[in-house]
Design a binder for this molecule. Structure first.
Ligand code: ADP
Ligand code: MG
Length: 475
């Protein structure tokens, strides 16, 4: 009997997993659902057209080779793309996409069911003949792609943003809807797309505008009786970036005019980039006809970066500012400021200001006192168990090995380090510490503390490790 699609796909996944970074695997391969095999054609289902395009661009070689390996030389791949057609009917539709027919496919998004339903808008306001518009795009060069650190937290939005920047109005991501909590990079990313487009296609009319400003302009236009000029102006933009679109909640007049602008631009193949603090489905106070349009393209969320990405963001900023800072200071900030990137940068700025004003060097202790004041800390109870856990995490060991009878050098040393920190950071007695770490007696703990103290004097590598563990323990 031939293996079914699930078996075949899981064999493929095993191979793919070994060949690409884990985060890429998670982002791009885990969401794929194998659907069927017929006549040597494996059909897989992907969540969006963007997904399909990205797979084809980045992984087609790997996919091809893997498939041949698992299914033989005649293997073919077909994609089912799930479309968001909620505003047409409630059932997702799929289109079949053969892999070997790339160019043909790139044009398909144009005829997606989602777009068919668009009403034709005859616009009485557009003045024929006005082509060239000189518009200040309102972009801030600091918010470039070069300054935008990529991580799992923003990968989808960033990739879609780059695709849009390369081909404004010509991808399936129109509008590109970027959402996430405050301080996670929506404005930065929206601006980066604008900057990139201006750089490569200076003839394009790009405009960044905040939704509040848009609404103020509109109110003024209404007051001064030149709504038409307002509408004309916006309808001639090639790439419109509206930041914080949620601010239009409850403002029906502005929503109405935006609706017309949106339709006009979208229909003329112009690019829209919208940002919001919530996903389209969660936005309240906005008309359904707008919300349904927001779902035409791609919605991508920004979330809080993980520790490594936070470190990288700090390092980039420090480098751009032309300063240097010890690693333990950077780690301390990254460990403590975890809610948003704006606060992360704020901590850095406060620290610099503090050091400059007091003519002090930036040390771990100054960093600690400045950052602790900024961040309301839930003081973590440092216990022997917590220390054991952190030490094991640091060395990539399972917690149980500390309790085992193993005399392996690295395990003995991890045990000793856990004992050393338990002695210096908790009030537990030597006997208690010994009992909790490997069922040893108090003399063993004492010996461990002495050993580590000696090693710190002589072994630079170990000293460095101890410092890093200490930073992590104290966050
Ligand atoms: P939002 O608009 O979501 O509230 P911003 O775009 O204003 O957030 O970002 C807040 C700050 O964090 C800005 O200074 C921005 O440059 C910085 N920032 C956000 N995301 C990143 C990133 N991925 N890499 C580097 N800096 C970032
Ligand atoms: Mg913003």
């Amino acid at each position: 009997m031939r293996p079914n699609h699930n078996v075949v796909w899981s064999r493929c996944l095993e191979i793919i997993k070994d060949n690409i970074p884990q985060t890429s695997f998670k982002t791009w391969f885990e969401p794929i659902i194998p659907k069927k095999i017929e006549n040597n054609i494996l059909t897989i289902q992907v969540p969006s057209l963007f997904f399909y395009e990205y797979l084809e661009e980045q992984f087609i070689d790997l996919l091809g080779k893997t498939l041949k390996k698992v299914m033989g030389d005649k293997a073919k791949l077909e994609y089912n793309v799930v479309m968001d057609t909620t505003h047409v009917n409630n059932k997702p539709t799929t289109i079949n996409v053969p892999t070997n027919n790339k160019t043909d496919l790139r044009n398909r998004p144009v005829s997606l069911p989602a777009n068919k339903e668009r009403p034709t808008i005859r616009n009485p306001f557009v003045i024929p003949g006005i082509k060239k518009l000189n518009v200040d795009p309102q972009l801030n060069s600091a918010y470039s792609f070069e300054n935008f650190v990529e991580g799992a937290c923003n990968r989808l939005a960033k990739s879609a943003g780059s695709a849009v920047a390369d081909n404004p109005g010509k991808t399936a991501f129109n509008p590109l809807f970027i959402y996430g909590n405050s301080g996670l990079g929506k404005t930065h990313l929206g601006q980066a797309i604008g900057i990139e487009i201006k750089k490569n296609k200076p003839e394009k009319t790009v405009l960044y505008v905040n939704a509040n400003k848009f609404e103020t302009q509109y109110s003024e236009a209404t007051r001064n009786n030149n709504r038409n000029d307002f509408l004309n102006f916006y309808q001639m933009i090639d790439v419109l970036i509206i930041d914080d679109i949620h601010e239009l909640a409850g403002k029906t007049g502005t929503q109405n005019i935006f609706f017309h602008i949106f339709n006009h631009l979208h229909q003329s193949g112009k690019q829209l980039i919208l940002t919001s603090d919530k996903a389209p489905v969660e936005l309240t106070g906005l008309e359904d006809r707008l919300l349904s349009r927001f779902k035409w393209g791609l919605s991508a969320e920004l979330t809080m970066p993980d520790f490594d990405t936070r470190v990288e963001i700090l390092k980039k900023k420090i480098y751009n500012d032309g300063i240097t800072m010890p690693d333990d200071v950077i780690f301390y900030i990254a460990n403590n400021v975890v809610n948003n990137i704006r606060e992360l940068e704020g901590a850095l700025v406060s620290l610099l200001a503090h050091a400059t004003l007091n003519k002090e060097e930036i040390t771990f202790d100054t960093a600690k006192s400045v950052v602790d004041k900024l961040v309301k800390k839930e003081r973590k109870e440092i216990s022997v168990d917590y220390i054991s856990k952190k030490v094991c995490e640091y060395y990539g060991l399972e917690m149980e090995v500390l309790q085992s009878r193993s005399r392996k050098r690295e395990i003995v040393q991890a045990r000793q380090i856990a004992m050393f920190f338990s002695k210096s950071l908790t009030n537990s007695s030597l006997a208690t510490i010994g009992a909790k770490i490997g069922k040893k007696d108090h003399a063993t703990v004492l010996h461990a503390c002495k050993t580590i103290n000696n090693l710190i004097e002589t072994d630079r590598e170990l000293k460095h490790q101890i410092k890093e563990i200490e930073t992590q323990l104290k966050f």
